[in-house]
Write a new protein. Structure first.
Lengths: 284, 165
């Protein structure tokens, strides 16, 4: 009996220290159903598989990442992670798939229910050679992602979904979004929230970003910082923890370091190719 | 000599001074994995400065520290106490972290006629304050879950080349 109580006590202590955070799981590169495979990132088949992914009869994920590339040569806005693996699918087609998903007659479009998160990423190259946007190309790329936003938002509103839709790119590209004529603002409709994400290593971040990063959505500033879940040195980790900013952790293959970073950061968003694995880890 | 280190520093005047240059290695994430160190010891006391060439070069996290070590007895055990001054690039500025730390270390037998010296150490570091010119200052009591976020246990190894000065 004494040994049994001791074992229970030890397991209880382990449980106390092994606290699982409560972040939203997002399908990285619209490809979270079959594990990390960059060759299957950002195509319509992977998107369909990811949208259909279930765990315990509920959607395993809470949101979807849709990558867009402006194809300067073709004058098209591609749903793609890069030029090497692009399939010719358009950003609007991906947005329509997500819109159709939100229009399904179900109470659960995410693990938690009727809430959904969409991240639309703007890649900053416009050719396989790595050319950057001209001002005209950038406006067209912005047109494209705002069109995607409109398609997804219309479905969310029509079906009474609570939607957070976030745009991610370099700091420079993200800062340009609020100047576009189609910029809807941070809280455009009841139940629709627009957010801006920048990678923490992207040049251009400044202390003035802190207010919006802490959740002040009255500003058109950055709302969320994205980190790669690698071996982040302690000081950097502690600094962002102390500043209490909203964080998205993204990863390729999930490893022990990934779980460690998630426990340390307690991120608001977990962007993963392995939605079921992360869901089981968070819930079980 | 080791016995004297328990209670007194009376032999300092007679003790030889040894200088050392080396590397400070660790596998945890408290600092960069490899840093450079320079130190001096006299009798049972030694002082070591550890700098972070990798961090300075890449302008990433900087981990600079100074610590004092005192031998306890034969066998190479010592206690240490120091101060780590860290900074990390955050929101376009450098965010500074002040971390006092204490620990114990143990040496392995000197090699190559005492030229190569190796020590292993364990430390408990404490984040006292985090600050930056244009960002809020956070003292340890203001951190969320201070017991978890302000205290760090770490292990490191030192490989030094030493010679009498």
């Amino acid at each position: 009996m004494t040994i049994r109580l001791a074992v229970i006590a030890v397991l209880g202590l382990v449980g106390c220290f092994d606290r699982r955070p409560a972040g939203l799981i997002v399908c990285h590169n619209a490809n979270c159903a079959t594990g990390t495979d960059p060759f299957q990132d950002a195509n319509l088949a992977s998107l369909d598989r990811s949208l259909a992914l279930k765990y315990r009869d509920r959607p395993a994920a809470d949101g979807m990442e849709l990558d867009t590339v402006w194809d300067a040569a073709g004058g098209r806005c591609l749903f793609a992670h890069d030029f090497e693996h692009q399939t010719g699918a358009l950003g609007s087609e991906a947005a329509d798939r997500v819109a159709a998903y939100l229009a399904q007659p179900t109470d659960f479009v995410s693990w938690d229910g009727s809430n959904y998160f969409v991240k639309i990423e703007l890649k900053d190259t416009v050719s396989a050679a790595g050319a950057r946007h001209t001002p005209e190309e950038l406006v067209k790329h912005y047109d494209c992602v705002f069109d995607m936003y409109a398609r997804i938002t219309a479905a969310a509103v029509a079906n009474r979904r609570d939607l957070v839709i976030a745009f991610e790119s370099t700091v420079t590209l993200v800062r340009g979004l609020p100047s576009h004529p189609m910029w809807p603002g941070k809280e455009p409709l009841v139940g629709v929230h627009v957010r801006l994400i920048a990678n923490v290593e992207s040049p251009g971040l400044q202390p003035e970003d802190l207010a919006s990063l802490r959740g002040d959505s009255s500003r058109d500033g950055l709302d969320i910082l994205s980190f790669h879940a690698s071996r982040i040195p302690d000081a950097l980790q502690q600094a962002y923890l102390a500043l209490d900013v909203q964080v998205m952790i993204w990863m390729l293959d999930t490893a022990l370091e990934t779980f460690d970073v998630i426990q340390a950061f307690e991120p608001n968003y977990i962007d993963t190719n392995e939605a079921v694995l992360l869901r089981r880890w968070l819930e079980d | 000599m080791a016995a004297c280190c328990l209670l007194s520093t009376a032999d300092l005047a007679e003790a030889e001074t040894v200088g050392s240059l080396g590397v400070n290695l660790r596998t945890d994430l408290a600092t960069h994995t490899v840093r450079a160190s320079a130190g001096a010891s006299m009798g049972c006391w030694s002082v070591t400065l550890v700098v972070d060439p990798y961090g300075y070069y890449y302008n990433s996290q900087h981990d600079t520290e100074l610590f004092v070590e005192r031998d306890l007895w034969h066998g190479g055990w010592a206690v240490l106490a120091g101060w780590r001054f860290e900074s990390a690039p955050v929101l376009g500025v450098r965010y500074y972290l002040e971390k006092p730390f204490i620990g114990v270390s143990a040496s392995v037998p000197k090699m190559l006629f005492g030229v190569v010296r190796i020590r292993f150490a364990a430390e408990l570091a404490f984040t006292l304050v985090e600050h930056a010119p244009d960002l809020p200052t956070s003292w340890f009591w203001q951190l969320e879950d201070p017991a978890r976020n302000a205290l760090d246990v770490g292990f490191f190894a030192r490989f030094d080349l030493a010679r009498t000065l």
